[in-house]
Design a protein around this ligand. Sequence first.
Ligand SMILES: Cc1cc2nc3c(=O)[nH]c(=O)nc-3n(C[C@H](O)[C@H](O)[C@H](O)COP(=O)(O)O)c2cc1C
Length: 382
Amino acid sequence: MSLNVFWFIPTHGDSRYLGTSKGARAVDADYLKQVAVAADSLGYDGVLLPTGRSCEDPWIVASSLINVTKKLKFLVAVRPGLSTPGLAVRMASTFDRLSNGRLLINVVTGGDPQELEADGLFADHAERYEISGEFIRIWRGALAGEGGEAGFHFEGKHLQVKGAKTLYPPVQKPYPPLYFGGSSEAAHALAAEQMDVYLTWGEPPAAVAEKIADIRARAARHGRTVRFGIRLHVIVRETNEAAWRAADELISHLDDEVIAKAQSVFARMDSEGQRRMAALHGGRRDKLEVSPNLWAGVGLVRGGAGTALVGDPETVAERIREYAALGIETFIFSGYPHLEESYRFAELLFPLLGKGGHAGEQSLSGPFGEVMATELLPRRAA
Ligand SMILES: Cc1cc2nc3c(=O)[nH]c(=O)nc-3n(C[C@H](O)[C@H](O)[C@H](O)COP(=O)(O)O)c2cc1C
């Protein structure tokens, strides 16, 4: 089984427990660098950087991390409609060149009209998807050099370009791969038509299987294939009991009032994906295991990805294999706090997932742990 395993750059803060500053940390340049370097040296394939007003800008953060990492890919969010397509094309191309082909694009249409209006984008759900479709068509045409010498022309309902060209072309051909999430009908249609990888938040396997089947069927009608990925939190510990205890502790500082407030913010959004996440728990904290080892506690207050795989390493690996069997190739994980949990996940899961390089292997003082009494090497674990 060859899976792509990504981690997450926490540009909207990082906590030990949700909802309290206890054990939380400042997310500054040094900390973001630590998380990225950890992910890179542990052997994660990439990292996701989210976008939105609650986040530091993903392009600036990702740029700051190119030169402190070696192989790590950056899945950077682009919001169609916030910049002109030409500017987005140039940013992507420059990033791909400076990172020597380590850019992946996450196309984020956005699901909160209030937030988008604050950013200057006034469009309803259907119009936003029309804008996304046109934006990405231009993006692809300009980066792939369609139109040759004359450049790429496009005249859509919302966007147009005349003679769009990329004089400094991207390293990846024809352009850096396009990832994309969204659960509405319009999102599925756009994924099937133009995207390379469809991402879903961590819904139960049966629901994910339905989405995959729908997008595959739609893509086939365009003569295309789409690959699949999933975004999940993870709470893995050496035993199942310890993992479930850690899940309880993560939300132990949340009171019902904060949960209700968060849910009312999600309720004003027009995102089908967000609605599906919220429906998993219905705002209640007493029925959070929504399918075996899939826990919806994070989504009580966090927008977007709201579920976690919870369990001991073998159990979590089994759940990952279940999703992989449905056709999921890319897993984007995170855990609180992101630095420590990147190590814990690599240490406990990478050997079970056949991922190379886990914590400790690159240590000069090891290779497998601290030397004792100046000369005794630790026993190698089975
Ligand atoms: C893996 C994944 C990552 C996403 N990242 C972001 C993000 O960074 N910022 C954001 O505003 N929306 C993000 N979204 C939300 C979607 O891009 C989309 O805008 C939202 O689901 C509304 O579309 P829908 O109504 O089709 O579900 C993400 C979705 C998925 C599945």
